[in-house]
Design a protein. Sequence first.
Length: 338
Amino acid sequence: MHRIKHPNVVELKEVMATKSKIFFVMEYVRGGELFAKVEKGKLDEDLARRYFQQLISAIDYCHSRGVSHRDLKPENLLLDENGNLKISDFGLSALPGQRWNDGLLHTQCGTPAYVAPEVLRKKGYDGAKADIWSCGVILFVLLSGYLPFLHENLMKMYKRRISIPEIMENRWFKVGLTKPVAIPAAFPEEEGERGSSSSAPHSPPFFNAFDLISSMSSGFDLSNLFEEKKKPGSMFTAKCGVPVIMSKLETVAKQSNFRVVSDDDYKVKIQGKAEGRKGVLAVTAEVFEVAPEVAVVEFSKRSGDTLEYDKFCEKDVKPALKDVVWTWQGESSDDECR
């Protein structure tokens, strides 16, 4: 939710944690659930269209930030005091890093009446396209007052899926349309990845205490509740400044006969020169600043074979970075910490 600053999405203000509790400070939305209106029957067409326009605008922005909601339904659409729609409950949402090597999501989740057929097929699915299916079901409910799918043949009903640009070009959708202005993104460095013309950030991405706890402590890792399998990754804390780390990472790439495909100030993308068992191995290393002379570095496999990636980390990366690493995630390093 920190990635998404849009007028039609409930804003996450702050996250705090104690040893036993995690607190989310969120925007207060006074108008209740859209579901309460639908329960009373179908909505006026103009009103339904306005809600749908706001929903599509917000979901389009979520997808542009790499976020798939995966549980869109009237119960998760709130209304503010001015009657504007606000998307809430991102508890089942997914990010690009949760995709498998096939580029798809595989967790079966969502609400049966609103979930897309392919989510139930156990063959992987595109989270953004699954959201569009749910938006279509919501529009049907708003205009009719009842659900289109109420039986076990939901999977057989799937034929095709409209895209968001096609929705936005629809004549019915355009009636009375006003386009909200999205608030600038919380993570400007990600805008650069999507081809934004804005300049690169002048400081590395910052890890606050909660980010550090949730990333480095297995006790706070809740990902297995939602994803049975995810791309392999490695993470370590470093006891030096960001420029030193970036230089070390580029040296590792050259010594391992990898080439630097692309890099910005705080991310290095390296790629092998030879074909492996599952194509060319490609790895991304991203640096997050915790404090001066303290940083977290995260490795993730973008393509290639998992065993080859693990071997690369163990045989090439770890020995080469030994003098800057404080501790690797999941490994004990009492001597270094002292």
